[in-house]
Write a new protein. Structure first.
Ligand SMILES: [Ca+2]
Length: 520
């Protein structure tokens, strides 16, 4: 008798806790694109393109104007998102051939899975080890191609035919509709390869923007005179460092014969004119800019269309009401600013990343925030949204309160950054630094060069005022703040080696072979 009541009591509470979990905890859809500049999202800047579907998330949610990354490059940013820890502690500081994410360490997906979330990651992963903490995974291998990707799952490899951005979305929708455990809330990482280099548009978009001229940024012809050596010493200019493959002057290797024919036909006339005209100097840079940016925007267009498909499904299925939708990128990107493509720098275009979040009933539609948040905060915020405790070893802070319209008085007033990958592939000198609301101090520590920018007076970061005596007290304050942050985040210049890739794609060692293997 006693035993019966005891079992009935236990079963009742077990039932209550399961049904509460299933009913109340929000689903979390984390949409992650690769190298998506905020300048190419019309919710931020509509001068170059329109992204109506991504903009819906901003219109119905919150747009963050100051979202930063800790280390502006693909794999490292992803490791930060998984762990809530800086690169030197999560063991993934660069994309070198030996880079290998240690999935045995604590991650947000593992904690969500253990707490009863149905978890999945689909698309670009780029951490080299297999995903851990996911009930389902279906990922590109390394960077993955734009066309006909071979993808890896927990059950083996799958050969796909078609355009990768569409395929990633098809797999994502299939999981949402048919594969997830519908008794549980879900955490889904829906991660695009696009618009990463080398910007191969979908066949249906390859003619878009053909007869328009995309506006050039003010700093396309930057001469780098106002900064230290690194700005001049890089290899990422629109003028000189785009390859024939980047510029679609030669066919793309990942397409099949039929795709290649349609694709190259779209470029044929312009390529012929270029060859005949023998453009040089500024005119050739302008040509390169138009070609690169148009292809980039075409890749963004496919991402936007596919984000629309997923948002439509949330509407149709009724999931919309209890699903938090996060749109962000692994970092920002240069669309010709400073004469560049690529990322890496602590300058604003690559230090910042887009961040849009919709949470019906919680986040005010059409709201914006200027608070300085970071990709370091994503794991903590997601755990907080799910009602889970945040482990002490995570180094960021949940910004759920900001999402809910609060204004935490003790929110951070400065952000710490550390970039490592050098010399290849783009010869950007390693640097760390601090940004406050108004100033940014950068130290290129391999050559002991410093830059200071007054962002109020110089938002494009064209002239360092580090050596200007009028700023000497600012320099002293920022150096003290930099020291404080390095201590706070335990960055003493060494990187924890979590463990190394047992099968590196290229031979280990310094220099070319090591850095080239998995770069970009
Ligand atoms: Ca990236």
């Amino acid at each position: 008798m006693y035993r019966f009541f005891f079992l009935a009591f236990v079963s009742f509470f077990a039932f209550c806790s399961i049904s509460l979990a299933a009913d109340d905890r929000p689903n979390i859809l984390f949409i992650f694109s690769d190298d998506h500049a905020y300048q190419a999202i019309s919710a931020y800047d509509s001068s170059r393109n329109k992204t109506p579907n991504i903009d819906r998330i901003a219109k119905e949610g919150m747009r963050f104007n100051r979202a930063f990354v800790t280390n502006s490059i693909c794999g490292p940013s992803r490791a930060v998102v998984q762990t809530g820890k800086y690169s030197h502690l999560n063991g993934f500081p660069d994309n070198a051939g030996s880079a290998w994410f240690n999935g045995a360490q604590q991650t947000a997906p593992k904690l969500l899975q253990a707490a009863g979330y149905s978890t999945a990651v689909v698309g670009k992963w780029h951490l080299n080890s297999d995903p851990v903490g996911f009930d389902y995974w279906h990922i590109l291998i390394g960077q993955g191609p734009y066309y006909n990707p071979r993808m890896k799952t927990g059950d083996g490899f799958v050969e796909h035919q078609g355009y990768t951005t569409d395929i990633i979305t098809d797999v994502t929708l299939d999981w949402l509709k048919n594969k997830r455990d519908k008794n549980k809330p879900f955490f889904l990482m829906y991660q695009h390869k696009a618009p990463h280099r080398q910007w191969e548009p979908a066949l249906r978009l390859v003619d878009k923007y053909k007869d328009v001229t995309i506006p050039e940024p003010e700093t396309l012809f930057d001469d780098y005179s106002g900064r230290e050596l690194p700005a001049r010493d890089q290899a990422m200019t629109v003028a000189n460092h785009l390859t024939p493959l980047d510029l679609k002057l030669i066919p793309q290797p990942d397409q099949n014969a039929e795709q290649r024919e349609t694709f190259m036909k779209a470029y044929e006339d312009e390529n012929k004119k270029l060859e005949e005209s023998k453009l040089e100097g500024r005119e050739r840079t302008k040509w390169n800019y138009q070609r690169f940016v148009k292809d980039y925007l075409r890749c963004v267009d496919a991402v936007d269309e596919n984000v629309g498909r997923v948002l439509d499904y949330l509407d149709e299925s009724g999931l919309v009401k209890n699903t938090v939708v996060i749109y962000t990128s692994d970092q920002g990107w240069y669309l010709g600013e400073h004469g560049w493509y690529d990322k890496r720098w602590m300058y604003e275009e690559s230090f910042r990343t887009p961040l849009l979040i919709r949470w019906p009933g919680k986040v005010k539609a059409g709201s914006t925030s200027d608070k300085m948040v970071m990709n370091l905060d994503f794991a903590e915020t997601i755990l907080d949204i799910a009602g889970l405790p945040i482990p002490a070893e995570m180094q960021g802070r949940s910004f759920k309160a900001i999402l809910e319209g609060q204004n935490p008085a003790d929110w951070r007033k400065s952000v710490y950054y550390h970039y490592y990958e050098f010399p290849l592939p783009h010869h950007v000198h390693p640097h760390y630094g601090v940004r406050t609301e108004r100033y940014k101090l950068i130290h290129y520590y391999d050559i002991d060069a410093w830059e200071l920018f007054d962002l109020d007076k110089d938002p494009h970061e064209m002239k360092s005022v580090y050596k200007d005596p009028a700023y000497s007290s600012v320099v002293a304050e920022l150096k003290a703040e930099l020291k404080r942050l390095m201590e706070k985040y335990k960055d003493d210049g060494t990187t924890v080696v979590q463990y190394e890739n047992p099968n590196p794609p290229m031979p280990k060692g310094k220099g070319k072979a090591k850095a080239k293997a998995n770069a970009d």
